[in-house]
Design a protein around this ligand. Sequence first.
Ligand code: RIB
Length: 315
Amino acid sequence: MAGVHVVGSFNVDHVWRVAHLPQPGATLSGSYATGPGGKGFNQAMAARRAGAATRFVCALGDDAGAQLARGLCASDGIALHAAASSAPTGTAGIYVDAEGRNCIVIGAGANAALAADFVTQALADVATGDVVLAQLESPLDAIACALDAGRAARALCLLNPAPANVAIDETMLLRADVLTPNETEFAALLARHVGTRIDADAVAGLDQPRLHALCRELLPQGTVIITLGASGCFVSHPDTQRCGDTAACYRIAAEPAQVVDTTGAGDAFNGALAASLAQRPELSFIEHVRFAGRYAARSTEQAGAALAMPHLPAA
Ligand code: RIB
């Protein structure tokens, strides 16, 4: 069966739960926890726990964080390809408020040392039907190589353009078969690539024809899924390539959830989407998206990032 190849970051997350997210100059009290995270690793855990054979390509330091990554990959059955770096393993400081919303500061550390050559070698055996999934917490030349390896093998290439503050150029967009921004990332991409300025908070409220037209301008050759948190998601396909769907665009409502922590919810969606696409190619695209939405909703009901990914039986 086809597998999922995730290229991206591993971070040790340091998480403070607070009543309200801090304002500048504020000192707050909160409860503290630490655990594994990083968008790449969270997505790899989601893909694996959603049942897919999963490889994770990253860079790690020589420290306790790296041991944590290695131990979890071994226990969850993720094939780890980790480049060694003299920098400390990546870290993230995360505040989570009483409603489960977060804000995050990343210390890239070893993640910044992921080299393009290492990625190319690690992905030498990607096969047609596999899924390659990348985000933007690693060097962009390494991400480009990951997507190039996927394209060369006629694997499906998913690009999650997160976080929003990392600017990518047109050539990176052209490498994606499926692009999965949240509303903040979508607004940033529109401003940069389409020249259209829309407030991120307004994205979910745009009508379907307008959203579809913007997606088509942004990624004419590929599918765009805008994840909209509590408003669900919006899917836009090129008219000539609907991936088994009857409609070229549609909305899917959010799955109800008892939200504890939204950290990593987007990662859960991406990992589960990749797993579903790799494992069940016979399904229409809307079924993959529904599955990913349900999986992401369940992930928000646990605190933490990578360890909040639900276990599902293999397909
Ligand atoms: O998407 C959530 C993740 O973003 C966290 O786990 C943190 O490490 C940052 O990479």
